[in-house]
Design a binder for this molecule. Sequence first.
Ligand code: CTP
Length: 224
Amino acid sequence: VVITAGGTREPLDPVRFLGNKSSGKQGVALAEAALAAGAEVILIHAHMDVAPPSNAKLHSVDTALELRAATLSAAAGADVVIMAAAVADFRPSTVSTGKIKKRDDAADPVIKLVRNPDILVEVVAHRAAQNLSQLIVGFAAETGDDEHDARSYAEAKLARKGCDLLVVNEVGPGETGQEKVFGRDGNQVEILARDGAGPVQASGSKRQVADAVVRVVAERLGTT
Ligand code: CTP
């Protein structure tokens, strides 16, 4: 089982990067749940606030492009790929070799971004090209807006990405005004399936959510 976790960091110069709020807790919980279920786990992790499990095979990366190379290579031999990492959709188009200086006499700097590849879409395409029997699980952090709720955005994402399962959580401020998911110990998700099964609801600690995801995966592999 290949699991990606954490948040990628896209460098601007030797000391600065564009990052995101991912703590890696959900990805680490997934690795622990898969290990407890008897799987051999490769954990490809970008920046995390928590330690990875020592009994997984670990691969540490910084950027989306590094995560992509490691994931595509590991996916070639995997029965299951779970993409829990928060991948930067864009990276700075150039990386300054020296620290960018603050200069009062110059115009405010503008950071030009270029698109990163969508690794999940590439893993799905790789499975089709190699005719692999592989289960692919995506994650989606969604917010609703005036036009659509988080679930409809998630259903559109599942169709767009082509993975088998999409684990959806609604992010952003909850009723108390505090962030609901990022960095927190609990989670509440819906596991949507491309074949229309479910959806399965899971909530509790990130480990309990991970156990629920692993259970759905194991049922689909016929290993329960
Ligand atoms: N993902 C990926 N490569 C990217 C961006 C995202 O593989 N460049 C994966 C994530 O690991 C996750 C899934 O795609 O499993 C959904 O990520 P999300 O950020 O919710 O989706 P985006 O395609 O970036 O869509 P949005 O426009 O909502 O940001």
